[in-house]
Design a binder for this molecule. Structure first.
Ligand SMILES: O=C(O)CCC(=O)C(=O)O
Ligand SMILES: [Fe+2]
Length: 354
């Protein structure tokens, strides 16, 4: 059992191994350093993974942005420990609004039609506030976060650059000018990008796992995820419709565990990537439950970076020889990214503050 007082609760060195006897998903491992070096075979593999399931491991060794993500994620989880330890009344002063920045309390969204509440807490730290002077920030942040602003800003820049590097490669494979993604994700421009610190409680019951984060596809473009304990699961079949959903998978299949891999991020594409590519790229459906086996006795932390289109970006498909025309998504008035993301998260049953 974890010794909470003695070690704090984010203790990756003490976690028992991920069980060997449960069905895991077989994800490709792509080396970030090879991608950045222009390795053609690695670039082919990343495109294949994104057209397929929309999930892959990204090996972070051998390049500065990768090292910042590996070391930064652990340090940010420790910032999270300090934030989540604050009294609920204090955390609720930072309750998330329409843009989803700030604190999400456990139970703020539902996991099924019966209305069972989720169990994960999040603190969503806005990219734009971390990379500007304090006087220019748009929201208040707890002292625990402001004290670590340099760490968070460095992480934002590295994770954002890694996301954009992958998107640039995907663009080329689809015959799209890589500048088309870059110009929709400029780091200084306001966007829904954020670092999410998540905390899920230890497993309450062996038999019926409670849902920490219900079934969803991410609404942004690309997500860089760091986690240490199991608990993430992907739906076995890919679903590529960027449609409103009631939070349940829309094609038959089963949940498969994603085994955390040291030194690797788990990268997945979101609905915006599917929208920009008119369905060529896949947004992988996933959820989080308590970690399997003895790992489930620990509180579960993860650090997620969401790369999202700029707020005023018009959400329509990009032009390129590899991007098909037409389909239902090409009809009707396109939304801005702000409207789009609000629509996607409301569909997941999130009770928003304003
Ligand atoms: O905690 C994880 O492993 C995944 C979290 C996630 O899917 C999300 O926050 O969108
Ligand atoms: Fe997600």
């Amino acid at each position: 059992m974890p010794h909470k007082e003695e070690y704090g609760e984010f203790t990756p060195n003490l976690y028992p191994p991920f069980p060997e006897d449960i069905p895991t998903v077989d994800l490709q491992t792509i080396a970030l350093s090879k991608l950045l070096d222009g390795d053609a075979a690695e670039q082919d593999r990343v495109f294949e993974a994104c057209v397929g399931r929309g999930f892959f491991y990204l090996g972070l060794a051998g390049c500065p942005a990768g090292s910042t993500i590996v070391s930064g994620a652990g340090e940010i989880a420790r910032v999270g420990e300090r934030v989540f330890r604050l009294p609920l009344t204090e955390k609720m002063q930072y309750k998330q609004g329409k843009q989803l920045f700030g604190y999400k309390f456990a139970g703020s969204s539902v996991t099924d039609k019966a209305g069972t509440p989720d169990t994960a807490e999040f603190f969503n730290i806005a990219k734009n506030d971390m990379i500007v002077p304090d006087a220019d920030m748009r929201r208040p942040w707890p002292a625990e976060i402001l004290d670590s602003k340099d760490l968070l800003a460095g992480y934002v820049r590295s994770a954002h650059s890694v996301g954009l590097a992958v998107l640039g490669i995907l663009a080329q494979k689809m015959g799209v000018d890589p500048g088309e993604f870059a110009s929709r994700h400029r780091i200084e421009e306001p966007s829904g990008d954020h670092i999410r610190i998540t905390r899920g409680p230890p497993r309450a019951a062996r038999e019926v796992p409670e849902i920490q984060t219900p079934s969803h596809t991410d609404s942004g473009t690309i997500t860089i995820l760091m986690n240490w304990l199991g608990g993430l699961q992907v739906w076995s079949e890919s679903a590529r419709k960027a449609q409103l959903s009631d939070g349940q998978p829309d094609v038959p299949g089963e949940w498969l565990w994603v085994k955390p891999k040291r030194g690797c991020a788990i990268v997945n594409l979101g609905d915006a990537a599917m929208r920009f590519s008119n369905g060529v790229l896949c947004a992988g459906r996933h959820r989080v439950i308590p970690a399997p086996g003895a790992q489930g006795d620990w509180p579960r932390y993860s650090i997620v970076y969401f790369v999202r289109p700029e707020d005023s970006c018009v959400m329509k498909r990009l032009e390129g020889r590899g991007i098909p025309e037409g389909g239902p998504e090409d009809e009707g008035e396109p939304l801005t990214a702000t409207e789009w993301i609000f629509r996607q998260s409301s569909a997941l049953g999130n009770k928003l503050a304003d």
